[in-house]
Ligand binder design. Structure first.
Ligand code: PEP
Ligand code: MN
Length: 266
């Protein structure tokens, strides 16, 4: 036993004993749609809700988000339920507006090396130390990702969560190839917590539970999952969002895995 313990590798996954869920719809579509998800998350005793007000859509004719109205919906609904709100900012000109409405700011995969945006967000949040969830670009190495995170940190923000969301590879069976290795690698190279966005990696809702379970088992500090009251009618990412009952059932399974690791889901 003593020898086994001495040889045991350090558990690099133990940042603290919580796993934070950043869940919510891909896009904020209406107050009713967002509020229904918020009520569900609150009922499950979770702390955060995500949603997109400004959407980085591949096609300019696709739904672009509700913009400032979406920010107001997020703030009003999240705060009425006692939840914190997380949303993406895509544009340097919108950083102050987004910052004034939400509790956490997301930088999306497509902006992972937009250094002026990173600097601006780092500066805007230096005093507040508001959480910045920084996604990995889908063709970015871990070294590039860590280097880019310094643009946020050097402007003063130390509250950075790195979010793996899948890579572009030769594989087309999933939307992106989820790099689970990023979790222990980041834990080895940095003190920042790691989030795994399983929904954008999977691209299909039936794959989401297995990836979420794998991410928690690998030691992820947080998980992002898209959930919608009526996924088939969603204005973006319809194929990958979970329904509310599917989400509730998955959270129950994730709690059991977290418990086995001595962690709680918040
Ligand atoms: C999102 O989380 O809404 C999103 C667009 O993700 P990504 O930047 O990873 O594509
Ligand atoms: Mn989405």
């Amino acid at each position: 036993m003593g020898a086994d313990l001495a040889e045991k590798l350090p558990d690099l996954g133990q940042r603290d004993d919580t796993v934070t869920l950043f869940c919510g719809p891909c896009s904020v579509e209406s107050f009713e749609q967002f509020d229904e998800v918020a009520a569900c998350l609150k009922n499950l005793e979770l702390t955060w809700i995500r949603g997109g007000a400004y959407k980085p859509r591949t096609n300019p004719y696709s739904f672009q988000g509700l913009g400032e109205e979406g920010l107001r919906i997020m703030r009003d609904s999240a705060h009425a339920h006692g939840l914190k709100a997380l949303t993406e900012v895509m544009d340097t000109e919108l950083v102050d507006l987004v910052d004034s409405h939400v509790d956490g700011i997301q930088i999306g995969a497509r902006n992972f090396q937009n250094f002026s945006l990173l600097r601006k967000v780092g500066k805007a949040t230096a005093a507040s130390q508001k959480m910045v969830l920084f996604k990995r670009g889908f063709a970015g190495t871990i070294e590039e990702w860590l280097a880019a995170s310094d643009y946020l940190a050097m402007e003063g923000n130390r509250n950075i969560v790195l979010c793996e969301r899948g890579l572009r590879t030769f594989e087309t069976a999933t939307r992106f190839t989820l790099d689970i290795s990023a979790v222990p690698v980041i834990h080895k190279l940095s003190t920042m917590p790691v989030c795994v966005d399983v929904s954008h990696a999977a691209g299909q809702r039936d794959l989401v539970p297995a990836l979420a379970k794998a991410a928690i088992a690998a030691g992820a500090d947080s998980i992002m999952i898209e959930v919608h009251p009526n996924p088939r009618a969603a204005k973006s990412d319809s194929a990958q969002q979970l329904s509310l009952p599917q989400f509730e059932s998955l959270v129950n399974d994730l709690r059991a895995i977290a418990a086995a690791l001595g962690k709680t889901i918040v």
